[in-house]
Design a protein around this ligand. Structure first.
Ligand code: HPA
Length: 272
């Protein structure tokens, strides 16, 4: 199925990107920046799960960012939609087969660390997998990677350094933080957030973790950025709703676009 999906992508564009970007809830704007675009609705790609969450467009956009070819997923599948872990990581595996070697993930997240505020961007330094599953469970696909992949630098230290320089140059506050990945779809209880804070999480969300595990399995380099769309349950008195998550995403959109525009060419140069 991966091979079929790869063939479909190859038939739709002559571009062969080495960098992939996944845009989270409310963060889809970056795809509009690309020229020479091929827009491929997920429904047209064999085996590709079709995202149902509001705020997720559901298409793969392959295009040029100036002269740099990139593959951008506007919307992603989530475990809480009922997709299996294998389905959730299928797109990353297809992008790898298509030639992508570096992945940049973005997501919407709740802020746990008190130094964060709504609208903050956080460079994910590590994660805690509390989703109750691992996409590598089951027989190992030896062609993709090893049975027991190392996760001690799941989020490339070097990419984080590059990202920090870009953030500094653009005067964007972007501290590092640990991402706790939950299954969802309910937001956390205040007790759960106290637990997550105790075990060292700075932000919490319902995506990214499975994809990052699959990307590391295949030896891809990973960078990930959370947009703090709301303070987590009990950190602020306010209730959390998905509209607020989308609104905050929209408010930081321009900042994130500027950041990715400057960052991606540097990641590429680094690979050369
Ligand atoms: N919790 C989990 N996932 C989220 C949140 C949250 O508070 N905000 C955005 N995604």
């Amino acid at each position: 199925m991966i091979a079929e999906a790869k063939s479909l992508l190859q038939s739709r564009t002559a571009l062969r990107p080495a960098i992939g970007v996944v845009l989270g809830s409310g963060l889809g704007a970056f795809a509009d920046e690309l020229s020479d675009r091929a827009e491929i609705p997920y429904a047209e790609i064999p085996g590709w799960p079709v995202s149902t969450a509001v705020g997720h467009a559901g298409k793969l956009v392959v295009g040029n960012l100036d002269a740099l070819p990139v593959a951008v997923m506007a919307g992603r599948p989530h475990l809480y939609e009922g997709y299996s872990p294998a389905q959730v990581v299928f797109p990353v595996r297809v992008l790898h087969a298509f030639g992508v070697r570096s992945m940049v993930f973005t997501n919407a997240a709740g802020g746990i660390n008190g130094s964060l505020e709504q609208g903050s961007l956080v460079l994910i330094s590590d994660h805690i997998n509390l989703q109750g599953s691992n996409p590598l469970a089951g027989p190992n696909e030896d062609l993709l990677g090893p049975r027991f992949p190392d996760m001690s630098e799941a989020y490339s230290r070097h990419y984080r350094e590059l990202a920090k320089s870009v953030a500094t140059e653009l005067c964007i506050f972007m501290p590092e933080g640990v991402y706790a990945g939950m299954l969802g779809p309910s937001y956390e209880t205040p007790a759960e957030i106290r637990f997550l804070r105790t075990i060292g999480a700075d932000v919490v969300g319902m995506s990214t973790v499975a994809e990052v595990i699959a990307a590391n399995h295949m030896g891809m380099k990973v960078l990930a950025v959370s947009c703090v769309t709301n303070m987590a349950a009990g950190i602020s008195e306010r209730k959390i709703n998905h509209d607020e998550v989308l609104e905050t995403g929209a408010a930081v959109r321009d900042t994130l676009v500027k950041f990715l525009r400057m960052l991606l060419p540097r990641l590429d140069r680094d690979e050369a």
